[in-house]
Design a protein around this ligand. Sequence first.
Ligand code: FE2
Length: 234
Amino acid sequence: MPAKRSTTIPAARSATRTAASDTSRRAASTTRRPARSRTRAASPDGATRTATSQPWLHQKGVVIQEFGTVRQFPIGLSYDARMYSCQRLNQTLADTQILHALYKKHHWLMRGATFYQLHLLLDKHADEQLELVDQIAERIQTLGGVAVGDPRHVAEITRIQRAPDGVEEVPAMLSRLLEAHEMILADAHDAAARTADMGDDGSNDLLVSDVIRTGEMEAWFLAEHLVDTPLVQA
Ligand SMILES: [Fe+2]
C-alpha cells in the first residue's frame, strides 16, 4: 500500500507561487501521475484526512532479493543447507514446470484410436505436476530462497530437451514424457539423499513423498501405453 502523501501546500510557498509556476507544476504532475480524485472527510477521531481509491499504476521498483540467495529464517537450518536445498529444488522446479507444459502440449496434440483416454490421462498428470510446481516453489520460499517463476528463466535452467513445435507421433510423445520423468526422478533421488545429509528433512520429504512418488506413478501409467499388445486377437 503506498504511503500516504500530504496534499497540503505550506502557506509560505503557496503565497509566493506564480501563475506560470502553477502551470508548469500541473503539467509535470500530469506527466508523472494520472489525475486522481481525492475527497476530504472527517474520520471518527475528528481529524480531517485526504482519501483516494485510485490505484498507484505503472510502478517500477528495485530487486529486493536476488535469485540464488536465501534470507535468514528461524527454521533450525544452516545457511549452507538452505542455499543447497534451494539450488537443488530450483532445478527440480524448472524441470517440473517444463514437464507440466509438455503434458499440456501433448494433451492438446494427442491423436489416434486412444485419443480420448490419453487426452484425459495427460491432463490428469498435468494437474498433478502443477500441484508439485506449487509445492516445490513454496518450499524454496519457506527456506528463504527465490523460486524460479518466469517461463523464460525456467527455459534457461531446465535440462529437459525442447520438444518440436509441431506434432510428433503418439509413441514419441509418450517416450518424450517418460524421458523427462526419468531425468527429474534421477535428480530427485540424488537431491533427496543430499538434502537429508545436510539436515533438511522437509526438502527430503517433499522430494521423496511428492516428487518421486508422483513421478514414478505417472511414469508407470505412461509406460503401459508403450507395450505392444494385440487389441483384438491373441
Ligand atoms: Fe484440456
